[in-house]
Design a protein around this ligand. Structure first.
Ligand SMILES: C[S@@+](CC[C@H](N)C(=O)[O-])C[C@H]1O[C@@H](n2cnc3c(N)ncnc32)[C@H](O)[C@@H]1O
Length: 231
């Protein structure tokens, strides 16, 4: 069920925060999140086709996609997206169809437009994560997948206490520290046609996870099945 009422984050604060991050983002978050980005891309490419990357940021992931997939990227921060546009131009990435400023919760695409939705390090930065996931499911075709790499908050212990303590500062920087896996799991449980298919711990420190959801219906046409079908 969409949770669009009150939120602990607001879009203007987040957009401003990432406007400030844009000049140094690659330096600070480039290498540290690389493993997760590669894992998400590998998962997305098992489906292939039309891939929407939400919260694409400076486009660090773009050069690693296969030239065979068609990519669309959106982000709420114009300064972050400008960096992604520069990257596309500099590297001559011909598989990028469009990059647009857009809110993840209100995607300007018709239903079932994409084969895969990827969101790396994004869900804990949006004001209404469940409503945003609903929107991902809407624009995803039956048989397609949502591939997230996301921070997962600790359920108990010292890490949970530290995350709670750091939460107000983290919001100003543009994300939530505390965000339990239960929220992802219960979104899938209560969402028609969507099923949780994988959770895999990711570095750094195992505080992140690759999370995959499949949308029922249609044919899950993976690259392997497509190749077999092509003979
Ligand atoms: C931590 S960065 C991740 C960037 C990139 N995915 C990566 O792997 O480095 C989060 C990104 O999500 C974007 N973002 C935050 N809220 C958003 C929203 N409501 N709609 C679209 N993008 C959003 C931010 O502007 C930022 O570029």
């Amino acid at each position: 069920m969409p949770q669009t009422s009150r939120s602990d984050l607001d879009k203007e604060t987040i957009a401003k925060a990432y406007g400030r991050w844009a000049p140094v983002y690659d330096l600070v978050f480039g290498a540290i999140f690389e493993h997760g980005r590669h894992a998400a891309i590998a998962a997305a490419e098992r489906i292939g086709g039309r891939i929407l990357e939400v919260g694409i940021g400076t486009g660090l992931s773009l050069p690693y996609y296969s030239p065979d997939v068609r990519l669309t990227g959106v982000d709420i921060s114009e300064p972050m997206l400008r960096k992604a546009q520069q990257r596309v131009a500099e590297l001559g990435l011909n598989n990028v169809d469009a990059l647009a400023v857009m809110d993840a919760e209100h995607l300007d695409f018709p239903d079932t437009s994409f084969d895969v939705i990827v969101a790396q390090y994004v869900i804990t930065t949006v004001p209404n994560p469940e409503a945003t996931l609903d929107e991902f499911a809407r624009v995803l075709r039956p048989g397609g997948e949502i591939v997230l790499v996301s921070r997962v908050g600790a359920e108990a212990g010292l890490r949970r206490a530290l995350e709670r303590w750091f939460a107000p500062a983290a919001r100003k920087l543009g994300w939530r520290t505390e965000f339990s896996f239960k929220r992802y799991a219960s979104w899938a449980k209560t969402t028609h046609n969507v099923q949780l298919v994988e959770r895999r711990t990711m570095p750094p420190f195992g505080h992140f996870s690759l999370i995959r959801f499949a949308k029922a219906g249609g044919t899950a046409l993976t690259r392997q099945t497509a190749a077999r079908a092509a003979g």
